[in-house]
Design a protein around this ligand. Structure first.
Ligand code: SAM
Length: 275
């Protein structure tokens, strides 16, 4: 990596990041919709679509904030279970050999699916927990205060590790990637959604104008906090581009690393496996 890129990530910005998310926690969800014009929902749905989790899967969502990824994960699994039950009911009427072999449940499928939301900021988790309670979706969910750079979990615990719009806030990205590798089971998958580099020059200039000029204004109007949102925009600009970040994930020891550009590269979804 270039020395410029490294130096940008070596000063510890944890206290500042903590303050930013403490300030925005109560308004975080509404601000997400306002700033992204609702498109963050599509990006998060795309993550679940690519992940395609199966019943029994164990998810760790780091920098999980107010729980958007974990909620989607549990809902996706619930729909998968319903689909499997309907298929089983249909096949019990006229079972084929394939149906019979599909009826053998693996150890993973007989286990309860679980989503752990881990975030350094207890205010963000508090808002997420309240949301889960009011939506009645608390089963299978847990909320843990923890730092992506030093996760409070044993080795080889999770099938999937996600981090959505969180890794750019982490001071030592390489350390967070090492921790992701450690807590994943062999065969487990790392998935990251993050703002990235727009390659189309026209889209890029519209996006730059929107983010630099509009986002702090929306932050001031809705959350009364210009500075926090200015910081968020600046942190997007400093984050490595798609190829550089892919290299960092490979350097950490993940295999089959690839990425998908969403909305022309405004956001990239990176994925890699622990062997
Ligand atoms: N993943 C959620 C989403 O997509 O809506 C929240 C994303 S929010 C932009 C970034 C989150 O990262 C905040 O909740 C913040 O507290 C958390 N965060 C920042 N640094 C962290 C760290 N070192 N470890 C864990 N979480 C961190």
């Amino acid at each position: 990596r270039s020395s410029m890129q490294k130096s940008e990530y070596t000063c510890d910005h944890r206290p500042r990041v903590y303050k930013v998310f403490e300030n925005v926690a109560q308004k975080y969800d509404i601000m997400n919709d306002a700033m992204s014009l609702g498109i963050h929902r599509v990006w998060k749905d795309a993550l679940l679509h690519v992940m395609h989790p199966q019943p029994g899967a164990q998810l760790l969502d780091v920098a999980g904030g107010t729980g958007d990824i974990a909620f989607r994960f549990l809902e996706y699994i619930r729909l998968q279970e319903e689909r499997q039950k309907r298929r089983a009911a249909r096949s019990s009427q006229t079972p084929s050999w394939q149906d019979i072999s599909n009826n053998y449940s693996t150890e993973d499928e007989s286990r309860e699916s679980r989503a752990v939301v881990c975030d350094i900021n207890k205010e963000m988790l508090k808002v997420g927990k309240q949301k889960a309670d009011s939506l009645g979706v608390s089963a299978g969910l847990s909320w843990v205060v923890g730092d992506a750079e030093e996760l409070p979990f044993d080795d080889d615990q999770f099938d999937i590790y996600t981090i959505a719009f969180g890794i750019r806030n982490v001071t030592h990205i390489d350390q967070a990637l090492q921790e992701a590798l450690r807590v994943l089971k062999p065969g487990g998958r790392f998935m990251c959604l993050e703002f990235s580099k727009v390659n189309n020059p026209i889209l890029s200039s519209i996006y730059d104008a929107y983010s630099f000029q509009m986002i702090p204004v929306i932050g001031e109007v809705i959350a009364g906090d210009w500075k926090s949102y200015q910081y968020l925009v600046e942190s997007i600009r400093k984050f490595p581009n798609q190829e550089e970040f892919k290299g960092m994930i490979e350097d950490a020891g993940f295999y089959c690393v690839k990425y998908y550009n969403l909305t022309g590269g405004v956001v990239a979804l990176h994925s890699g496996f622990k062997l």
